[in-house]
Ligand binder design. Sequence first.
Ligand code: GAF
Length: 375
Amino acid sequence: MIVRVVDAFRENLGGEPAGVWHAPGRVNLIGEHTDYNDGFVLPFAVPWGVTAAVRPREDDTIRLVSLQAPGRQQVIEEIDRAEGWARYPAGVFWAMRGDGLPVRGADIVIDGDVPQGAGLSSSAALEVAVAIALNDLYGLGLGGLELAKISQRAENDFVGMPCGIMDQAASALGREGHALFLDCRSLGSRAVPFDPSAYGMRLLIINTGVHHELADGQYARRRQDCENAAKRLGVAALRDVTDLAAALQQLTGDERKRTQHVVTENHRVEALIGLLRAGAVQEIGALLIASHLSLRDQFEVSCPELDIAVEAAVKGGARGARMTGGGFGGSAIALVAEDKADKVQEQVRLAYRERGWADPTFFTATPAAGARRLA
Ligand code: GAF
């Protein structure tokens, strides 16, 4: 990865990069659509992500090359004119400069290996890779959490996607062998050991390969539903609902359903951490399934491909499974015993073929290190 990105730098931009940085994508174990409700999440960094070879410039120009978009070098003189994928890195410059940080231009070559369409946050990886590189090159002295916040702001206010902070935080703060428990209100975090292989298990990622187009608008609508519900309940965020039964009596329709999901999902995060602490990894399956059903029925962000992946995985012997990430496509995760992994994959493949869907792809997810300098 390092050699490839450095070679591409020499070839496309000339000379040597000042360094090479890597930021990972993420998978979320549990705590879905809770981050923008000031709630709890438990994601971890995956072994795939974005590697960036970067050299600072003495002017304000940004030159960008992506090995995934060959032949299309973008030269950005005016940040607002950045287009397509370049808006993610450009947004990081925009957010840093907006904070008054002394960040000038840079020459950047990007190489990514997050599986396509898997919903494993390649965009957060891209933002965080650029943020950590600029932090080092311009001596900004920012910590991982600050880099995550800047990256989130790039995505919210520059790219225009109203995401929470989970993906950027997982990418910036991930630790090998650990999931990241993050309280999205206080932004306090804790590394929680997560190594299913020690229990003869593995966490399988099932990439449906689909991305239903409505996703982006629906995300903003869900967020709005949650904010409306919180307002009606007179709380700052759904995180603050302590009496669910009483809250549900005051709500109807979508606001009621969204509240039911967010409040119970926060409890599931805490319960799952409790099980991990107790060394009961095998027992987390029921919580994964409960989370999926809640996302399907109350939050309404699943889709047939995710539902079938979960159903078939469980039928094939998985201890539990759920959609992961924003929804409407992307990936599901399944907790499976090593000796059942083949059967589970076969069952899911079969269920897809019966419906005439393209085969999903499978990966084993092990918690990897967060953003760092490689060279
Ligand atoms: C997407 C968002 F980017 C995250 O902030 C989070 O809300 C997630 O969907 C749902 O949990 O990945």
